[in-house]
Design a protein around this ligand. Structure first.
Ligand code: HEC
Length: 124
């Protein structure tokens, strides 16, 4: 019995490790949201009012060397992933008290799409 189940289990494991399989969000829609909601303060490649987002997914919070972060964000021990970005975008101040981003994304689906886009642009 085990021998019969094993290939199926292996197949499931491979599928669940495929890129974006468990991210859930749509990076194409995420890009459109990014362009309309984040671009006032951010871009992928350059610092603006907020830090550049190149490589943000998977890196330590507050670690763009030539951007002047709040102490709260710079000293936080957070690494940006699905969970931490979701919490941050839901309510930055609750996520890291003392931070300086005055913007949030209330809708769960919008956050998932934005995170999928940031992840894709980070090559993760
Ligand atoms: C009104 C300006 C503003 C808008 C709009 C804004 N941000 Fe920010 N964002 C900031 C600032 C300022 C910081 C740095 C905060 C600090 O240093 O405490 C920041 C930081 C971040 C960080 C942490 C980056 C790092 O290097 O650790 C992420 C992630 C982020 N923003 C995502 C977004 C996304 C996604 C959007 C669009 C939904 C968005 N922001 C919209 C101003 C903004």
């Amino acid at each position: 019995m085990l021998r019969k189940q094993f290939p199926a289990m292996l197949g499931m494991m491979l599928i669940s490790n495929a890129p974006f399989a468990n991210a859930g969000g749509d990076p194409v829609r995420g890009e459109a949201l990014y362009e309309s909601r984040c671009i006032a303060c951010h871009s992928i490649d350059a610092n603006r009012g907020g830090p550049a987002h190149k490589g943000v997914y998977g890196r330590k919070a507050g670690s763009v060397s030539d951007y002047s972060y709040s102490d709260a964000l710079r000293m936080s021990k957070i690494v940006w992933d699905e969970q931490t970005l979701d919490r941050w975008l839901t309510n930055p101040e609750q996520s890291i008290p003392g931070q300086r981003m005055g913007y949030s994304v209330p809708e769960v689906a919008d956050r998932a799409d934005l995170i999928a886009y940031l992840r894709l642009r980070s090559g993760k």
